[in-house]
Design a protein around this ligand. Structure first.
Ligand code: ADP
Length: 165
């Protein structure tokens, strides 16, 4: 049986922590679909197209990965794609409460989809998209935290903001 998992998130932008989780997930599942949430509520820095593009570029070498955008309920998206699992990354205790709540709600809505939690390498546990944006906004070097394509996009983005300041 072909096993498909969905890894949903805002990915604004993708970091080496997200990539670590993707690499672990493909060891367990045949196909992993990285599903980028439109998530207007979070007022993302990058457009959905840019976020999808950066992920596609970052996972080029991993054949089992697909990248897509989605709107609405993640469980409905899973059912649409025939996925049996939802991947989430757990960094620290601070992620636990929110993830626990989401997993239980998703279980209530979609009984056939299991949430699977993976832990990244220790060195990525303190990484988040928001901290990356903060460092980049102040001109800091993010090379060891994000793929090259993301670094380039961040540089462009903040150069743009400076020009308009
Ligand atoms: P969301 O808005 O859904 O939280 P994110 O893009 O912030 O979207 O995160 C998507 C998933 O990846 C979440 O499960 C989050 O806990 C996980 N994640 C984010 N950063 C890391 C990291 N550095 N290491 C492991 N998992 C991470």
């Amino acid at each position: 049986m072909h096993r498909t998992a969905i890894y949903p998130g805002t990915f604004d932008p993708i970091t080496n922590g997200h990539l670590d989780i993707i690499k672990r997930a493909v060891k367990i599942f045949d196909t992993v679909i990285v599903a980028v949430a439109n998530n207007v509520g979070k007022a993302p820095l990058f457009t959905i197209e840019q976020r999808v593009e950066m992920i596609k570029e970052s996972v080029k070498g991993i054949s089992q990965v697909e990248v897509d955008a989605f709107n609405g309920l993640i469980i409905e998206y899973c059912q649409q794609k025939g996925a049996t699992a939802l991947i989430r990354g757990l960094r620290a205790i601070s992620d636990f409460e929110y993830e626990f709540q989401m997993a239980l709600i998703n279980r209530k809505i979609g009984k056939d989809v299991e949430s699977v939690f993976l832990m990244p390498k220790e060195k990525y546990t303190y990484l988040s998209s928001s901290i990356i944006k903060e460092i980049a906004a102040f001109g800091g070097d993010v090379s060891c935290f994000v793929p090259d394509v993301v670094k380039r996009h961040l540089n462009d983005k903040y150069a743009e903001t400076k020009e308009h300041a």
